[in-house]
Design a protein. Structure first.
Length: 87
């Protein structure tokens, strides 16, 4: 019984290690794409923002825009355009 449990644990740990390596590889690929965007003249920080906004639900983006506009108005900053335009 203990040997079976030890084998199961070892297999789980090895799977986690493989997945961590894959995750690192994907993170490297994503970093390369952002570097490519920057190399051709795009603002990488804004590209990251667009990616983040596209992940959000439309109602969450609208709520964020409303709260942001409220905060900006409270400090006297006027926004001419919403930051989260529907994608």
């Amino acid at each position: 019984m203990a040997n079976t449990t030890d084998d199961r644990l070892r297999l789980l740990i090895e799977r986690i290690e493989r997945l961590e390596e894959e995750k690192k590889g994907i993170a490297d690929d994503i970093r390369d794409v952002y570097a490519e965007a920057k190399a051709v003249g795009y603002d990488a920080a804004l590209v990251r923002k667009v990616v983040k906004l596209r992940k959000m639900q439309a109602d969450a983006r609208a709520e964020m825009d409303t709260v942001l506009a409220t905060y900006c108005a409270a400090v006297g900053l006027q926004l001419d355009l919403p930051l989260a335009v529907a994608a």
